[in-house]
Structure formats: C-alpha cells, structure tokens
Design a protein around this ligand. Structure first.
Ligand code: ZN
Length: 502
C-alpha cells in the first residue's frame, strides 16, 4: 500500500511541477514579458497545462486512487495522507468528466472574448459583447451538464472553480440577508458628513510607496527569502512552491490608497500560501482551500488589520515620516476616516468595505438569472443598471463603468467568479473574531505593531492545512461555527457607527 501511495505522490508531483511552470509563464507575462510575446506565450501555457491535465487524468491515477481506498479508510480522516487521497479522488473524478476538446474550445472563446472586451469596454460598446456573453452562458450551462443532478446550474461551476462545498441557493440566501443589513447602512452613511480625503490624492513618489507597502507586509510576516514583489496592471499573488510565493502591485502616484491596500491584500494571499506546511508541497493540497477562503485572508490583512485604527496608531507616524510634505499636517483621525470613507461608487474594485459587497452580490444574482434563462444576455446592461440604482442609489452613466467594467463574464464561466469575494469578507470576520477571542495576546501585540500571534494562529488554524479541508469544513474547525454573517455585520456596524456617528 505504501508503494502505491508513493507512486501516486510521484505522479502528482509531476502535475504540480507542470502547473508551477505554467504559473511562472503567466507571472512573467503579467510582469516583464514584452507585448510581442503574447501569442507564443498563450500557446506555451496551453501546452504545459494540457500536459498537466493529461498526466492528472491518466487512468493509472484513477486506478491508484481506487487501490488506496482501504488505506484511506484505515488512516485518521484528518491525516495528511487520508486527505490527499480523498481530495485527489474528488478532483480526479471531476476532471475526467470534462472533455479536453470542450476546454480547448472554451479557452479559444475566452481568448477572443477577452480581446474583444479590451476594445469594447473603452468604446462603451455593450452590443458587441452580447454574442460573447450568450456563448459564455451556453459554455457555462454545458459545463454544468457534465455533472448532472445539480440543484442550481451554478453549483457544479462553484464546486469546480471556486468555492466547493457552498451551493448557489445557500449563498444567495446568505447574500440576501447581508444585503438587507448593508443597504440601510450605506444609506445612513450617505446622509452623514463626508470625511475630507483630498490629502490621499497628493503626489506620492512610486519608490517610497512601494517601500512602505513592503515594509508593512514584512511586519505581517511575509517572508522575502521566499517571496518578492513586482509591478503589474492587475495585482495578483502566485505560487511556484512554498519557497517562492510572489506578490505584484501597481502604483498610482496621485492615489496613496491604490498600491498600499493592494499590497496588504496580496500580502494576505501570500501569507496563506507561504503558510502551507511544506509536507504538503508537490500535491494538490499545497494551496488555499478555496477562492473564498483565500479572499478571507487577503481581506483580513487588508481591512480588519490594515484599515483599523489600532494598526494606524503604530504605522501612521512611519507613513508621515516618509511623506512628511504630503501628510505632515494630517492627524491620525483624519487619515483613519479618509481611508475608510464610504461612498457609493461605480467601480467594484475601488469600492469601500460597506458598498463593495453590494457590487458583488448584484453580479452574483444576475449570473444566476442568466444561467437559469430568466435573463437574456442582451438585457443584462439594463438589469445591471436597475439593480445598481436600487442598491447603491446611483445609475451608471454608461456601460463602460457599468456592466462592462469587469472582465469576469467575458473571460470566465458564469456563477463562480464573484461569490468568493463576499464569502471571503464574511469569513474574514469569523476568523479574526475567533483568533482575538482565543488568543488575547494578539490584541496586545497589535497595539505594538507586532503580528506574530495573529499570524501564528492563522497558520495553525488555516494556512498550514492547505487544501486538506474544504472551506466550510476549515471554517467550522477553526471557528466552531458554520458560515455566518453575524461577526461581519457586527464588525461593520461597530466600525462605521463610530466613524460616521450613526
Ligand atoms: Zn484577492
């Protein structure tokens, strides 16, 4: 039995290595590659991915997984090897249901659709994207049909691509509850006095911004012996091994928030990936549990820590020292209010903590309607605007900064691309609240700008497990509770009541 397990691991290591190669190619494309490399790079990535897919779906892998059933049953459920066999079998059984040609056609569609989107968005040309979106709806439905017996069309897509273990109906119910809390909160804030934030948009030299952000994530525990930071257009984190987890960011010299919070956000993703136990390396378990679980960590470090008053009590003097001309006359309270300013705005990725989820939830609901045939692709722009006005009180002036702003629906299956953002926010408060309760030292340390106890708790309860447990299970093991909006709503209520005198 041990030799079978060894053979399985050897095969999985090959897949892991090929996937890492593909990640290096993608990282390079998003950071340093000249535009001329685009076409060839797409082929190279596809070739390596195809190889990884073929190796993973080899019948020999299926046979080994069958033969290892008894070993799996003999081992404790939460042992590394039992988890490896269990999770790999689920991955395998899913992967073999999707024909290689289907994914090839899908990727070709995505390449064309994305290309057209890069033209259509600045041209505010929604009409041009309608056929691509129609095709994407078909692809998504066809994909779901490889997994008959689902309750919602989105369920197989969520399982496969994003947040396994959460059903669309369940997520919709949770989101509806959250929306009921957030809409009145955003309205009450809109009626309050706006904080001054002009000083965030002064000129902040790029190198200084980068140095400050990196200094903070190092303090969080991001290990630069096993990571580095580079510039890109859309910040992301990528993992080549537990010894090489890289973050990327972008800088706007006239907006202090952009690089700073993107760096803290990606730093959170990177802490998760660097925290996976090295024993899991080379297996499908050597990454985060799900999109939502990952986002819970990026948002925890970005918002619950990085936008908290206690954090800035320590770090604002350091920021002021770096930018004395720009921020020398600004008080801590003014700065804290400015970085937490709530304002209904058009663009999801720039939204504040309160309104951000409204952007996500309306997209998730529209996706469900599209997938279930209740909404036609041609009517999505109108539906988007109507819902946007209802939830955020403003109407997008055009489709460019409305329904066309994100590439998700033009470059990804529907149903799975958005929910992780809000699931992550909800989970972030659950993880953070539990950590603070279980380890009082965390709060004491944070007042000194030290994060060892928090990072340690998260490593033990979440990061170290990698993908051994699905997100709902991981959350319940760590916090003792299933997914609940309560800690998140409490967090937002407490914070914004104080900030806005609600
Ligand atoms: Zn993220």
């Amino acid at each position: 039995m041990e030799s079978k397990l060894k053979e399985l691991k050897a095969r999985l290591l090959e897949v892991y290595d090929l996937e890492a190669v593909s990640s290096v190619l993608q990282w390079d494309q998003a950071t340093y590659m000249p535009a001329g490399g685009t076409r060839a790079r797409a082929q190279q990535i596809r070739a390596v991915r195809q190889l990884a897919h073929d190796k993973f779906t080899d019948v020999a892998v299926g046979r080994l997984l069958d033969e290892l059933r008894t070993l799996e049953q003999d081992l404790p459920y939460d042992s590394d090897d039992a988890s490896l066999i269990r999770i790999t079998r689920e991955d395998y059984e899913r992967a073999i249901r999707v024909p290689t040609d289907f994914m090839g056609d899908f990727h070709s569609h995505v390449a064309e659709s994305y290309q057209e989107w890069t033209r259509a968005r600045p041209a505010d040309d929604f009409e041009a994207m309608v056929p691509y979106l129609e095709r994407m709806v078909e692809f998504s439905r066809d994909f779901a049909d490889f997994f008959p017996g689902y309750e919602s069309v989105a369920d197989p897509l969520i399982d496969y691509f994003a947040d396994e273990g959460y059903k669309a109906s369940e997520v919709q119910a949770i989101f509806a509850d959250l929306r009921e809390q957030l809409v009145p909160m955003a309205e009450a804030i809109a009626d309050s006095v706006e904080p001054e934030d002009e000083f965030l948009y002064r000129h902040f030299p790029k190198e200084e911004q980068l140095a400050f952000g990196l200094e903070v994530v190092k303090r969080f525990g991001y290990d630069l012996e096993r990571g580095r930071q580079d510039l890109t257009h859309h910040p992301f984190t990528t993992t080549f091994s537990t010894g090489d987890v890289r973050i990327t960011t972008r800088v706007h010299e006239n907006d202090l928030r952009s690089a700073l919070f993107a760096t803290l956000h990606e730093g959170g993703h990177a802490l998760y990936e660097q925290g996976v136990r090295t024993k899991l390396e080379g297996t499908p378990l050597a990454r985060g549990a799900s999109a939502g679980a990952h986002e819970s960590q990026s948002r925890l470090w970005e918002n619950l820590v990085g936008r908290s008053r206690v954090f800035w009590e320590v770090f604002f003097p350091a920021l002021q020292a770096r930018f004395s001309e720009q921020l020398g006359a600004v008080s801590l309270d003014e700065f804290y209010a400015a970085i937490n300013k709530v304002e209904p705005s058009l663009i999801r990725v720039e939204a504040d903590e309160v309104t951000y989820n409204l952007h996500v939830m309306l997209r998730f609901d529209l996706e469900q309607e599209l997938l279930e045939g209740r909404l036609a692709a041609a009517d999505v722009a109108d539906a988007y605007n109507a819902r946007f006005e209802q939830d955020l009180g403003i109407t997008p002036p055009d489709n460019r900064d409305g329904v066309l702003q994100d590439m998700h629906w033009f470059g990804h299956f529907l149903g799975a691309g958005y929910l992780g953002y809000t699931l992550g926010n909800i989970m972030s408060a659950q993880f953070f609240g539990t950590a603070l309760r279980q380890r009082p030292r965390i709060s004491d340390e944070m007042r000194e700008g030290v994060f060892d106890a928090l990072h340690g708790w998260l490593r033990e309860e979440a990061y170290g497990h990698g993908r051994k447990f699905k997100a709902p299970e991981l959350l319940e093991r760590a916090t003792g509770q299933p997914l609940s909006i309560e800690p998140y709503v409490d967090y937002l209520t407490e914070k914004y009541t104080a900030l806005y005198n609600l």
